[in-house]
Design a protein around this ligand. Structure first.
Ligand SMILES: [Zn+2]
Length: 613
């Protein structure tokens, strides 16, 4: 098939005026499916498919023309800036028409070519291996699965993304389905008018807890797996935090852009930390159960919800529209991710989830985090994340971009005597770019920033702190917001291991730092850490107790008690002190009246002549 097609292209080329032109056309023509219509995806996840860790998919569609249907899988899920090639999780591919098998082969590694051979209604079936615990992918347990559309909805290659499609979910009686997708009016069926929305509404299928509340006059849904994991006071707490913070985020844009919003959470000890992925009216987070009830969970939740405005709707032009076939690097992740993180912190303080000291604590942590990494330009960190750089800069645009947003907010409020703020920049761009159906450009961004600051130029700011690697000028910025920084250099005992908690609550060594006390003493990855000296490592006050007991004992013997397999061993190390600079951001009691206005404007989300809500 392929060979004969190439022959035809070469023969045709000879008859055309320019050989080059025809050669360029051939591959483009090869990568275009015949038109397909009436696309209906059917996904099955029940206890039988769960046992095989698969989601069974059927794709039904109609064709009119003769020629091949090309179905491709996305190489990434928007928001998760890495190439995943979801086609690799596909197995058991078949294509039939009227129950008879159709010929198919692969055009490239993520494109299937199907020959309908005159048939008008085609069914394609395959299994998606739901084995990846990553919020961009698909994962299953005996009673539960989450899945992103990018993993299970192949699209007709070269035909654009403005086609409607429906999705029907078949599952076990009594199991639930939650998605942000639009109900189609028939049971267990949803419908979207274009492919971008189709792959932007992940599913939870199975046994989990779900309840709903009104937030800002819209239904907000909370789906949590496993059932019972987040109940009682912990569930009330996150609902309370969502209720307090969403209105503060909506106030920035003066619009709540969704009909319903779904917060979807998976709790599992298979992850040590927590991460989440945004969508236009939902997000999926995967967290260690230790996140339940702690402020960090509210902060991540707010970050993802703020993304519904910033990046899902207001988006850099490089990401508009999404291209699923290749990476889409952009120098703007410091705005799309970093400043989203700034607004997550602002939502917490403006909504009263943390007080102003809590907000300054979070900001101070970001300063410390940024200071510990090699100087990296925000634009470079944004562009490079796709390839997973090993120099520590892969996710630097989060804390450092958040701080850049904080600086811009201070500079705009300072220049306008707190009459304008970074909120005005976002509101203006939301109207001028997103509402006009396009992404924002560098000119859009910097002219909006400059306008908000009364015409102050930001060229030098951009060259030094966004495109450049200069340290942020806190000595100039902080006084404008009535804040100051104090730094202490601490000398602390450090053992040099990274640990995690297993399902029994045991502290298990996950990494031993080269050259550390632990390495010299013979601690190994997989050891269960029991005690350092006579201090039990599972004690809630372990950190303080350890620092006060060994903080002045450089060179003393340190016994390290571990369980290795069936044995309990006592290893011997030497106490080593390491320097750590602790920076604290706090309120300057001697701030000018103007700076106090700026500071309280940031904390409350207000400007002069406009009150917060
Ligand atoms: Zn984010």
């Amino acid at each position: 098939m392929t060979t004969s097609f190439r022959m035809a292209a070469i023969l045709a080329a000879a008859t055309l005026p320019t050989l080059l032109g025809a050669q360029q056309q051939a591959p483009a023509a090869a990568a275009r499916s015949i038109p397909v219509s009436n696309l209906r995806y059917e996904i099955t996840f029940d206890s039988a498919t769960a046992r095989r860790h698969i989601i069974a998919v059927a794709v039904n569609f109609d064709v009119r023309d003769n020629g091949a249907v090309l179905l491709s899988f996305p190489s990434w899920t928007p928001g998760s800036y890495e190439i995943s090639n979801f086609a690799r999780f596909v197995s058991g591919f078949s294509a039939t028409a009227g129950g008879k098998p159709l010929d198919w082969d692969k055009l490239d590694y993520d494109t299937w070519r199907i020959e309908p051979a005159g048939a008008r209604a085609v069914t394609v079936r395959f299994d998606c291996h739901a084995v990846t615990l990553d919020n961009a992918a698909a994962w299953s347990q005996p009673d539960f699965a989450f899945v992103n559309g990018t993993n299970i909805f192949p699209y007709p290659e070269g035909r654009g993304f403005e086609f409607p499609a429906s999705v029907t979910v078949k599952t076990q009686p009594g199991w639930l389905v939650t998605t942000g997708m639009e109900p189609a009016g028939t049971a267990a069926t949803w419908r979207e008018s274009n492919y971008h929305d189709l792959v932007d509404k992940p599913f939870f299928i199975g046994r989990f807890d779900v309840d709903s509340q009104q937030v800002e006059g819209r239904w907000h849904r909370l789906a949590t797996y496993p059932a019972g994991a987040m109940a009682g006071p912990a569930r009330s707490l996150i609902w309370d935090q969502i209720g307090k913070t969403v209105p503060k985020m909506a106030a920035v844009f003066r619009e709540t852009p969704w009909r319903t919003y779904s917060t979807m959470m998976v709790f599992t000890r298979e992850v040590g930390g927590g991460s989440a992925l945004e969508h236009s009216n939902s997000h999926v987070g995967i967290y260690n159960p230790g996140f339940i009830g702690i402020p960090l969970l509210a902060s991540i939740t707010d970050h993802e919800i703020f993304h519904a405005w910033n990046v899902k709707r207001l988006r850099p032009a490089d990401l508009w529209p999404y291209d699923y076939s290749r990476s889409q690097p952009t120098p703007w992740l410091w705005v799309s991710e970093g400043i989203t993180d700034y607004y997550a912190d602002l939502a917490l303080v403006r909504g009263g989830v943390v007080d102003s000291a809590g907000f300054l604590g979070l900001t101070g942590q970001k300063m410390e985090q940024t200071a510990g990494e090699p100087p990296t330009a925000l634009e470079d960190a944004s562009l490079t994340t796709w390839i997973g750089p090993v120099d520590g800069s892969q996710y630097l645009y989060y804390p450092k971009g958040s701080l850049a947003g904080f600086m811009l907010d201070v500079l705009i409020r300072d220049a306008s005597d707190n009459r304008r703020s970074l909120d005005d920049v976002f509101r203006e761009l939301y109207g001028a770019a997103y509402k006009k159906g396009r992404g924002f450009t560098a000119t859009d961004w910097w002219s909006a920033v400059s306008r908000a600051a009364g015409g102050r130029p930001f060229t030098e700011f951009y060259e030094k702190y966004i495109d450049g690697r200069e340290p942020f000028p806190w000595a100039d910025i902080l006084p404008r917001a009535g804040l100051r920084m104090t730094s202490d250099t601490l000398r602390e005992p450090r053992v040099g291991v990274a640990t995690g908690q297993d399902s029994s609550g045991a502290i298990v060594v996950q990494m031993v730092q080269p050259g550390s006390v632990a390495e010299a003493a013979g601690v190994k990855v997989g050891d269960q850490l029991l005690a350092l000296g006579d201090i039990d490592v599972t004690s809630p006050t372990f950190g303080d107790a350890f620092r006060s007991r060994f903080g002045k004992s450089e060179g003393d013997t340190l016994s390290i008690r571990v369980r290795r397999g069936a044995d309990t061993l006592t290893l011997h190390g030497t106490v080593k002190l390491s320097e750590r600079v602790e920076s604290r951001l706090d309120v300057d009691p001697d701030a000018s009246a103007k700076a106090v206005k700026v500071r309280s404007g940031i904390f409350r989300g207000t400007t002069e002549g406009q009150s917060g809500r």
